[in-house]
Design a protein. Structure first.
Length: 131
């Protein structure tokens, strides 16, 4: 049985650039969840990722599609959106969905973003926590 972990956009972007999160995302001991909203945020950065990694955008998109992520639609975690909005909405509106998924599933949230700490979400993981 694998451990479920909610993944924020910055972790996925790091993996696409070639960061250490890439190996972790392919570790079969874990089941990584994210939101459709988060995935769309990542896709906005594909041109920048391609430039930073000196790779073409098509390759980055294909790599993104290979990352074993379970994508959850908003209706799956919508009951937790109000709580997420209250916690982080004023800090960063773009983090409401991913926090809503973490709250709904009661799983750890893997992110390098310090806003979740400011918001008071306690079940946080940083990349260094995997080593």
């Amino acid at each position: 049985m694998s451990i479920k972990i909610v993944v924020d956009a910055n972790v996925i972007i790091s993996a696409l650039i070639g960061g250490s999160s890439r190996d972790i995302l392919f570790d079969h001991r874990y089941d990584f969840l994210t939101t459709k909203f988060t995935l769309e945020e990542v896709k906005k950065y594909i041109p920048e990722i391609a430039k930073k990694s000196d790779t073409d955008e098509k390759f980055i998109m294909e790599t993104l599609e290979l990352i074993p992520l379970t994508i959850k639609k908003r209706n799956f975690y919508e009951e937790s959106l109000n709580e997420a909005e209250e916690m982080i909405g004023e800090i960063d509106e773009k983090d409401v969905d991913i926090l809503g998924l973490a709250i709904e599933t009661n799983n750890y949230l893997w992110s390098q973003d310090k806003d979740f700490e400011k918001a008071g979400y306690e079940k946080l993981l940083k990349t260094k926590d995997f080593f």
